[in-house]
Design a protein around this ligand. Structure first.
Ligand code: ADP
Ligand code: ASP
Ligand code: MG
Length: 451
């Protein structure tokens, strides 16, 4: 008997309809030992963040309003899932107990008038604590023997409470705890997103439940990780922007990491790493369309000799384009890179030759860009960036180049400063005038993937 890890994201446990779909998937997966990792119900982590931000405000009852919304959401969920009123009362008690302890935690913060990172992590963990409790009780209600495991027992991390790094050694050692549970149970339900440092709650960063899933898989040497979400897999573009986007059948780990680095909110950027180390296959599947085959993430070596292909693209609006001429008086490149890192949230690309340094960056770190950039004579402009991803891109074939050239000829006026492409092995960046990106995204998608 193998071990599978099934992770359900926020939308897959958002409401009673979604939870029943997730239940059907778990119930049909009865050949393996299974670890079910759940996110908080969609939107709840955002509410908990607002709660932590407003609970110290003196003359406002905003925090009370948010607490009520969180309560209402989960009680409605229980009410809809447990149609037997007697049992509903029992489960309602358990959920109410958790909601009460969240209230007490917030009261404590208000009395002490202080919110430390440790307490913030504690508050944010309630989303996953609540969703797993509801789902666990629903499994029991439907006659499934299962074990509710506190993820903090397994996912040990460092002490950066709200953005912690996992301790792979400890996580691997904790496999014994999981295997012991599997002696008596075939099914474990546990939380994504949360971990612990010396018994204190820590968090793996936003979207961290994907990461949790692969960490659990890493711990027990699982046979497969399934990431269940609300789209048919990793798509050729964000389906919210391009409804005709198509699922990619097979994608390499490197490509997923690159997509996440550039900000495609489909998988947590670290997700693939523990899987890479142990060569565990990861599939991305649709909770609401189980007929779809989804996307299989394979090791990067397996597609090394394949023909170059573009598989997907994303749009990054309102980025910065930076250019600086280099001469004998220039400082060293490391100095400029650190200057750029100080000014922007993320450096998407940096390249230089003898004469110029170019950079593309996203999000200013502070309200305005530091004067030091002007003093250093940086040329700064705003652009929309279209990023294309695939395999062996630096060897991109003439057909794909032909298609990209077609876009350039047709839309030259919307492109930025005739500075068209930045090509590397893993991505091709096309720079557009600020505000023109959306239209170009549609054009490029239809030229590349729909013809
Ligand atoms: P979950 O709640 O299941 O973790 P997320 O919202 O974190 O789901 O990620 C899934 C969403 O990612 C999709 O609904 C989709 O809008 C967005 N997305 C962005 N880019 C892509 C892409 N290339 N392929 C698939 N989904 C994408
Ligand atoms: N609930 C967390 C978040 O919203 C983690 C996750 O959903 O993956 O970021
Ligand atoms: Mg997610």
């Amino acid at each position: 008997m193998g071990i599978k890890v099934l992770k359900f994201g926020g939308t897959s446990v958002a409401n009673s309809y979604a939870m029943q779909k997730a239940f059907d998937i778990v119930a049909s997966n009865n050949k393996d030992k299974t670890i079910v990792v759940l996110s908080a119900c969609s939107g709840i982590t955002d509410k908990l963040i607002s709660l932590s931000e407003t609970c110290l405000q003196k003359n406002s009852n905003e925090y009370e309003k948010i607490l009520n919304e969180i309560e209402k959401h989960h009680l409605k969920l229980v009410f809809e899932l447990f149609w037997d009123p007697d049992k509903a009362t029992t489960y309602m008690k358990s959920i109410n107990f958790i909601l009460q302890s969240l209230r007490q935690l917030i009261e404590g913060v208000r009395i002490l008038d202080e919110l430390t990172a440790k307490v913030k992590a504690e508050i944010l963990s309630y989303g996953e604590i609540l969703s797993t409790n509801v789902f666990y009780h629903y499994l029991l209600f439907r006659g499934f023997l299962c074990f509710l495991l506190d993820a903090r027992e397994i996912i040990e991390t460092d002490n950066f409470h709200t953005n912690a790094k996992p301790n792979l050694l400890k996580i691997e050692q904790n496999r014994e705890k999981i295997l012991k549970i599997f002696q008596n149970y075939d099914l474990i339900v546990t939380q994504g997103f949360i971990g612990s440092w010396k018994k204190e709650t820590t968090l793996l960063g936003r979207g961290g439940s994907d990461f949790s899933a692969s960490l659990f898989a890493y711990s027990v040497d699982a046979d497969e990780v399934q990431i269940w979400t609300d789209v048919d897999g990793i798509m050729s573009a964000d389906p919210r922007l391009i409804p005709s986007a198509k699922p990619i059948k097979t994608i390499t780990m490197d490509e997923v990491a690159e997509l996440s680095f550039f900000g495609a909110k489909v998988l947590h950027p670290e997700t693939v790493k523990p899987a890479v180390i142990k060569n565990i296959p990861v599939k991305v599947l649709n909770t609401f369309n189980t007929d779809s085959l989804g996307t299989t993430i394979v090791s990067s070596n397996s597609l090394r000799n394949h023909a170059p292909t573009i598989n997907s693209m994303i749009l990054l609006e309102n980025c910065y384009f930076l250019k600086k001429s280099l001469d004998l008086n220039s400082k060293n490149i490391a100095y400029y890179i650190s200057l750029l890192n100080d000014n922007f949230d993320k450096l998407l690309k940096i390249s230089f030759n003898q004469n110029y340094l170019y950079a593309i960056a996203k999000g200013e770190k502070y309200t305005s860009i530091d004067e030091s950039l002007t003093t250093e004579d940086f040329f700064v402009d705003r652009v929309d960036v279209l990023a294309f991803f695939g395999n062996n891109l630096s060897k991109t074939d003439s057909r794909t180049i032909g298609k990209l050239m077609k876009i350039i000829t047709k839309h030259g006026d919307k492109l930025f400063n005739h500075f068209y492409f930045i090509v590397s092995e893993k991505s091709i960046l096309l720079l557009a005038e600020q505000g023109e990106g959306k239209l170009l995204l549609q054009e490029c998608h239809s030229t590349l993937f729909e013809q």
